[in-house]
Design a protein around this ligand. Sequence first.
Ligand SMILES: [Fe+2]
Length: 143
Amino acid sequence: MSYDQHDSHESEPSTATTVQLNHTAVYAGDRRLSAEFIAAILGLEVGAPFGPFLPVDLGNGVTLDYYEKRDEPIQSQHYAFLVPDAQFDAMIARLEAVGVTYYADPGHTEPGRINRLFGGRGAYFDDPDGHNMEIMTRPYARP
Ligand SMILES: [Fe+2]
């Protein structure tokens, strides 16, 4: 495989501003269970199966394609969702209703608490496969 050499020119816009994450596969032991879990917590819909994938569309055009890995251990990944402040309390209430513990910190040492990072609110919780899910009302502010 070869890659084209590309010389940067001042007159060309950077592709960094136009390249967008479109979808990612999320490994699950049971794609239906895991897709319906996150959709229920976040107030989203599970889409129709697309081949081996069960999609959950997010508001910024990114699709989480739940994909089953039944016979292999699933490596925990981290997914962070920027959510409307007005819906944060409802999401916490849904976690409580289904008995899923949420934490203020990514290491899960502060159960039943939320954080107030960057002037917003946030919490972490495990999905059925142990993926570390995060909801936050303000994006991280990077220097
Ligand atoms: Fe995060």
